[in-house]
Write a protein of this length. Sequence first.
Length: 152
Amino acid sequence: MPHEGRRPETVDIFHNTVVASDLGIGIWDTRPEDRQWVAANAVFARRPIHGGMRAWNITGKLADAEKYLNAPLARIGVLDLYPRSGRLEVADIPIGALIEYEDADKDFNGWARWAGFVGAYTGSGENPGWQLGIARWPSPGGRPSPRPDSAR
């Protein structure tokens, strides 16, 4: 969307997990010459993605989220957006395609990204990292703790 009277020319929305009742990710008021990219996201909503150039996303309706994520419709404290085993992997994401930004090579838990995973997390099955809740990350400095060796 325009901000302070200016149209954004470069928009990169990547490695997000979105579960929404209506719109997941939206980009409006674009020009063909602008780079407005939506890539490597997992988006489950009535309208998963509107606008932008799209690549390597996995999308579906809100009800589809339960096929891909551990507990996407649960209440806070039980909510778990970590991917189910083998569900959010896309083989053709080029390694390094999305690392232009600081920490873009890390997932939500702060661990190094592995090639092929879309959404906020790298990995699947049981989340060995921080569980979502109304709280700050538990480790010092607001950073998650290191990945356990068994998580790989």
